[in-house]
Design a protein around this ligand. Structure first.
Ligand code: SF4
Ligand code: SF4
Length: 227
């Protein structure tokens, strides 16, 4: 049974370079990437989203959501492609789930809960540093990621409400507009979407374009948002 934590609840944990399990958690992961994770990583690596997705990810249609799920590809030795002896090479732009660990988040309507993910190899729980959930989120700079990831959660929620099963073309649209923001930019220009929908955004801004893309999908496919 999971123990649900609220923002003011406390837990003990510390991760640091001298701990015996250093880097052990960056191995053999099933690491899902959110649209915002991809924007941060591809900009950090100075790649387009299309290049990033091709080089570092695979994707499939989620069994539960019926929507595209993007997963970080591990190296042949099953280590994360961004781990090195000195630690995470993309630390400042590491994905949401790496930031949150050892917590995981559940968002139910306007309520959010956290729970502790205890991995046997992780010695961080034996350290004597106490955090509130709120302090941890701030320390790991998770809040901005949560806000951005909630936009994607809204798309999932629209899909659930509609009960609609997407066809292949719709799945490809969702993949592009959510995860491949640079390709979506070309699509928006080519189809003059902003003019047609009378929307004003800075199309060069990845985050604004991601927001527009998710909202547009909710509007176009599920009829569940206004443009
Ligand atoms: S296993 Fe836990 S304590 Fe060890 S490096 Fe990873 S997060 Fe830190
Ligand atoms: S992105 Fe960084 S923190 Fe996350 S698994 Fe890879 S190396 Fe570890």
């Amino acid at each position: 049974m999971l123990e649900m934590l609220r923002l003011s609840d406390k837990f003990k944990f510390l991760c640091h370079k001298n701990i015996e399990c250093f880097n052990r958690c960056c191995y053999d992961l099933n690491l899902f990437l959110t649209p915002y994770d991809i924007i941060r990583l591809k900009n950090r690596l100075k790649l387009t989203s299309t290049e990033f997705l091709k080089k570092y990810t695979t994707w499939h249609v989620g069994f539960k959501t019926g929507l595209p799920v993007v997963v970080l590809k591990m190296r042949d030795d099953l280590t994360c492609p961004f781990v090195a002896d000195k630690g995470c090479l993309v630390y400042k732009d590491r994905p949401s789930s790496c930031r949150l660990y050892p917590l995981a988040r559940i968002k139910l309507r306007d309520e959010e809960y956290y729970y502790i993910v205890r991995e046997e190899h992780c010695k961080g729980f034996d350290e004597d540093k106490e955090w509130t959930v709120e302090d941890w989120l701030e320390d790991q700079e998770v809040n901005e990621y949560n806000r951005m990831n909630d936009l994607f959660m809204e798309l999932i929620s629209s899909k659930h409400k509609s009960g609609k099963r997407l066809n292949d073309e719709e799945i490809q649209l969702v993949y592009m507009a959510c995860f491949d923001v640079d390709q979506f930019r070309g699509f928006v220009k080519e189809n003059e979407l902003l003019n047609k929908l009378d929307v004003e955004i800075d199309i060069q801004d990845d985050v604004e374009l991601m927001r527009f893309g998710i909202n547009w999908l909710r509007f176009k496919i599920f009829g569940d948002a206004k443009i």
